[in-house]
Design a binder for this molecule. Structure first.
Ligand code: 5GP
Length: 120
């Protein structure tokens, strides 16, 4: 699914602070912010600071340090939000068939209620 990274995608602009987002956590590797159209009581997006289109692109090109930092960030955000107590769901949409709308890697973090089976 190699497509060039678009530096003007909406999450790149959020990273640069050009458009507002409700940030809930950040470190050197990652930023977490509330989804603008939440699908659960807690719906947060976690994104790497690096310019990666998708999970596919990230797992191919990112350094081990970036990958470790991002994976750890997702867990840290979930615990910081208290979701580890009752559990939660992670989701990454990849490319066209995956339904990915924003071409900067993001992991959805859903929680705060029983989530049932797969999301549509
Ligand atoms: P995707 O389908 O690409 O996995 O999900 C993109 C997500 O980004 C959607 O859940 C959508 O609500 C969210 N989103 C799109 N534009 C914005 C925005 O400008 N700000 C925030 N906070 N979330 C957005």
């Amino acid at each position: 699914i190699t497509q060039p990274y678009d530096p003007n995608n909406i999450f790149a602009r959020i990273l640069r602070g050009e458009i507002p987002a409700r940030r809930v956590w950040e470190d050197d590797h990652a930023v977490a912010f509330e989804d603008i159209a939440p699908q659960a009581p807690t719906h947060v997006l976690v994104i790497p600071r690096g310019a990666y289109v998708s999970w596919d692109d990230f797992s191919d090109r990112a350094s081990d340090k970036e990958i470790a930092g991002f994976v750890r960030a997702v867990g840290t955000v979930a615990r910081m939000l208290g979701l580890d107590a009752n559990g939660y769901r992670l989701l990454a949409n990849i490319g066209s068939h995956g339904g990915q709308e924003v071409p900067h890697l993001h992991v959805h973090l859903f929680g705060g209620r029983p989530l049932g089976t797969m999301l549509a």
